[in-house]
Design a protein around this ligand. Structure first.
Ligand code: ATP
Ligand code: MG
Length: 270
């Protein structure tokens, strides 16, 4: 059987834990064929980002158009898009619907805390979000997109409403950085708000949790799942990937996840 196809438009993390490397492993684990367009090369490891080389906008566009011209893309996710010019290249193609259902992970800061975007990106992101099926900001990214503090459950709910008001079908404000025994994500879809709460897993290996969540959502959408199931399946998959890698010793900083565990039943059942 020809597998469904998903496209990741993101950066390269040379350490392999995040970015297109994590996305392609996640797609593969879901039985989805992965295509990619690289927005930036980073010299990165588990301790931080040591250098960034952005793609030239014309060549970046050529990568995307070459994939779209040959493969039937069932869903697309975006990761690191460092400036307004690169975001505009994607927004133009999202506007036509050529990318399929679009998952926007508005990456602004690496797990290590390194900054991965320039100031003009926020306004451009608001344009791109107007064409998104799902937007998955973490707390800092939700703050940047809304312009106000997002550090409590109430503020996460307000932020989700404001981000959906930009035109997205759905927003998941991720609470990985909100202290507590439970990890709480706020999901707002079609006016219906759900608080997705799961136990916080004790692991220092949390590098790439965000990339993994957004690419698992895209993989599930490419497999034909609806938004509701795609998001819940992805959250369960991230938890399994964290749990399986909790004892890994890879790198001096926060290590990667194990993308190759068994798929959660909530995904298999889709
Ligand atoms: N310790 C944990 N245990 C269980 N789930 C977690 C944990 N940390 C994060 N998650 C989940 O991982 C997903 C990513 O959340 P997080 O807030 O870490 O995003 P992020 O900051 O974008 O991640 P990244 O650093 O990879 O960019 C969310 O669904 C969140 O609930
Ligand atoms: Mg992230």
């Amino acid at each position: 059987m020809t597998p469904p196809v998903a496209l990741t438009i993101a950066g390269v993390d040379s350490g392999g834990g995040a970015g297109v490397a994590a996305d392609l492993r996640t797609f593969a684990a879901h039985g989805v064929f992965g295509a990619l367009a690289v927005s930036a090369l980073t010299a990165q490891d588990t301790t931080g980002v040591h250098g960034i080389q952005l793609a030239e906008p014309g060549f970046f566009a050529l990568q995307i158009d070459t994939v779209l011209g040959d493969l039937r893309v069932g869903a697309t996710k975006t990761g690191m898009l460092a400036n307004a010019e690169l975001i505009a290249v994607v927004a133009e193609r999202a506007r036509t619907g050529a990318l399929g259902p679009l998952v926007v992970d508005p990456v602004m800061v690496a797990t290590s805390g390194s900054r991965l975007f320039s100031g003009d990106a926020v306004a451009a992101y608001r344009q791109l979000i107007a064409h998104a099926a799902v937007v998955t900001p973490n707390l800092a990214e939700a703050e940047a997109l809304t312009g106000h503090r997002v550090a409590t459950l109430t503020e996460m709910r307000v932020a989700a409403r404001e981000i959906v008001a930009l035109g997205a079908q759905c927003c998941v404000v991720k609470g990985g950085h909100l202290p507590g025994d439970q990890v709480v994500d706020v999901c707002l879809e079609g006016g219906e708000e759900t608080v997705l709460s799961t136990p916080r897993l004790a692991s220092k290996n949390l590098h790439g949790t965000g990339c993994t969540l957004s690419s698992a959502i895209a993989a599930n959408l490419a497999r034909g799942a609806g938004l509701h199931d795609a998001i819940r399946g992805a959250k369960a998959y991230v938890a399994t990937a964290i749990e399986r890698a909790a004892d890994w010793r890879l790198g001096a900083g926060p290590g990667p996840l194990d993308h190759f565990g068994p798929l959660p039943s909530s995904v298999l059942g889709q």
